[in-house]
Ligand binder design. Sequence first.
Ligand SMILES: *[C@@H]1O[C@H](CO)[C@@H](O)[C@H](O)[C@H]1NC(C)=O
Ligand SMILES: *[C@@H]1O[C@H](CO)[C@@H](O)[C@H](O)[C@H]1NC(C)=O
Ligand SMILES: *[C@@H]1O[C@H](CO)[C@@H](O)[C@H](O)[C@H]1NC(C)=O
Ligand SMILES: *[C@@H]1O[C@H](CO)[C@@H](O)[C@H](O)[C@H]1NC(C)=O
Ligand SMILES: *[C@@H]1O[C@H](CO)[C@@H](O)[C@H](O)[C@H]1NC(C)=O
Ligand SMILES: *[C@@H]1O[C@H](CO)[C@@H](O)[C@H](O)[C@H]1NC(C)=O
Length: 740
Amino acid sequence: MVWPRSRGFAAIAMVALELQPFSALAQSTSAIQVDGTSFALNGDNVSYRFHVDNETGDLITDHFGGLVTEDPISVEIDFVQGWVTKIGRVRREFPDLGRGDFRTPAFQIRQAQGYTVSQFQYQSHDVLEGKPGLPGLPSTFGDSEDASTLVVHLYDNYSSVAADLSYSIFPKYDSIVRSVNITNKGNGTITLEKLASLSVDLPDEDLDLLELKGDWSREGHRVRRKVDVGTQGFQSTAGYSSHLHNPFLALVSSTATESQGNAWGFSLVYTGSFAVDVEKGSQGLTRATIGLNPLQFSWKLRPGQTFTSPECVSVFSEAGVGGMSRQFHRLYRKHLMKSKFAEETRPSLLNSWEGLTYGINESSVTRLAQESADLGAKLFVMDDGWFGNKHPRTSDTAGLGDWQVNKDLFPNGLEALVDDVRDMGLQFGLWFEPEMVNPVSELYEKHPDWAIHAGSYPRTETRNQLVLNLGLPEVQEFVIDSVSNILNSAPITYVKWDNNRGIHETPDPNLDHRYMLGVYRVFEELTSRFPDVLWEGCASGGGRFDPGILQWFPQVWTSDDTDAVERIAIQFGTSLVYPPSAMGAHVSHVPNGVTQRSTSVSFRAHVAMMGGSFGLELDPQDLDEDERAQIPDLLALAEKINPIIVRGDFWRLALPEDTDYPAGQFISEDGSQVVLFAFQTRATINNAWPWFRLQGLDPQARYSVGDTGRTLSGKTLMNAGIQLQFEGDYDSQVIILEKQ
Ligand SMILES: *[C@@H]1O[C@H](CO)[C@@H](O)[C@H](O)[C@H]1NC(C)=O
Ligand SMILES: *[C@@H]1O[C@H](CO)[C@@H](O)[C@H](O)[C@H]1NC(C)=O
Ligand SMILES: *[C@@H]1O[C@H](CO)[C@@H](O)[C@H](O)[C@H]1NC(C)=O
Ligand SMILES: *[C@@H]1O[C@H](CO)[C@@H](O)[C@H](O)[C@H]1NC(C)=O
Ligand SMILES: *[C@@H]1O[C@H](CO)[C@@H](O)[C@H](O)[C@H]1NC(C)=O
Ligand SMILES: *[C@@H]1O[C@H](CO)[C@@H](O)[C@H](O)[C@H]1NC(C)=O
């Protein structure tokens, strides 16, 4: 590369050269190649390339997609007609607004003088082994064998603002993780009005956008639509990632399917409000930005201060949407989840909520626990309703915030109860909702100012509760102490951490992000203090099913909707980005509490055992004889296949939105075991029975097929498949295949 014409840029570059401790820096690793100021990141099946424009110091994208071995031939833009100048016509890594690129920018900085123009130019770069963490934020991790990192240092010499763009590649997972930090090196205070974690320009003309939409009890429904001219996108303003949209976007070529075609997935490692913008500009390029929601962000940086964005994981696959999903699953299991349980078999559980709701006391809980043990569960979870003394938690109107066991309901205390349950051969788990407070509570009487509020505006309640301001260090300490005290008081091995409302009135736009930094500090502290506890996230179901949570909690309650038919769509949708191992899925009573649908207990259990954390959420005393009799065998089956669910690869063979015969398939890590789940959601007559063609098998190997007594080759199973017969609506089959 030749140095620029512009003298200022040359001067900066020379300063950088003088300052760089070259000896300490690798210029390349096997996954990162640097040629002057051209950069290439190569995974097993992905290449990501960009270079410094030698005239402007801007970073220009050359390629993001399947493997290439050099820069492709492209046409130099040397003449433009019209208002859109050259930088508005090229693919840029860190685009600004205000200098002729009229597309959505990656960032916007209000400079000390008030204007929002920026001009970042390349200054220097570093190549590091491994993947560094981000201060105070969840992030993927890996050592030199797993990942390499390129940091590109940019500088705006007009305002003395520095930006470091970080690119980490996990070659085995075809994943590139990006984040950015901004440092104010000037003398005045600047304000970050927008800072996306990632901005990417793709050249493809014809792309579809894939995302997960929903609402309470309807999370994770897949939507696919054409990327059209103009901007399209989605966001959360709920203060949390939310049920409404997930911080995940895929752009796929319009012809891509589950198993073929190009798919780019982008997953924001964050739990707060976020925004995704996809813009197809006048020149036909498609730009996507994903990051903090600018509506809830306006961050001041005083001289010397730095702000770090959350990171965004991008995955590319030429094996379609399914290929993309499996890369996310593997990466997240091995390089995002820190819990020791991330790839461990999970105990099947019985949770008291749907069976007892607020009917909790020593005798009802002991009875329910004994019935759980009799059925074969391994973990008993006492849900809401166990705490509060002055304002007992006997309904959702009081008690949140008062994390002491209720002495009337549990006269012998928590420890005695836990000991009794453990004597039945069960582990004991407990429900908390530590980020919340009921106005009717001792906590609120003492600290009304701890609830998030904006001056004298009404504090709007939902579910009779308010949100505690976790941005305040004293509130963080209170939560850490309250939860620690209970966990230290008895041998509790599982915690369900719930969070049942969104954030409303905030005192300033940055509260949401400060709150998240506070929550992350609390999670880090508690999970380090109690590493042997299995932590499960929950937020009215899947209101916070996001990669930020997964850093500390290896599983999340997927939805309050336990209707098995709906759950197929929710779990298949959620699996676009999140591993099935992370999904909590339970069998509840019929007719289902939210949809009123009735399905057989085996159908409900088969759907639930596709999730890593299988359980029952019912009172066995309400089951009819026949249902009850089936449960021990269903629990045993769930337990038998759980190692494959938790560590294996998942293939969506047929989608519930496309067919009455949705199907999914797991392959164990070593390829020796396969589990096929096949469902009939609507019975018809005089149609041929469906075929299920397996995927990802060893074509040469032979597999025994369930209890058919037959063995078939991988080729036969993949190219011809297995034909199955069903009986009535909501019928299901689970078939285990073993490699011979
Ligand atoms: C910039 O780089 C291009 C391509 O490498 C080269 O053709 C051109 O002469 C360079 N321009 C300057 C001003 O150095
Ligand atoms: C920044 O660069 C411009 C253009 O090269 C130059 O005119 C200006 O003097 C530089 N400013 C500073 C503060 O270095
Ligand atoms: C990578 O590409 C090779 C060759 O096309 C293919 O066999 C392999 O399955 C791909 N791997 C993944 C993970 O997509
Ligand atoms: C900004 O990010 C880069 C890359 O991660 C890192 O090396 C640098 O230390 C960060 N700067 C600050 C002040 O945190
Ligand atoms: C900041 O102020 C000091 C003292 O006035 C001055 O020497 C320095 O150049 C200024 N730095 C920048 C980046 O403007
Ligand atoms: C315990 O709760 C059950 C309902 O779940 C109730 O029938 C029973 O009377 C309660 N027992 C006591 C001692 O409060």
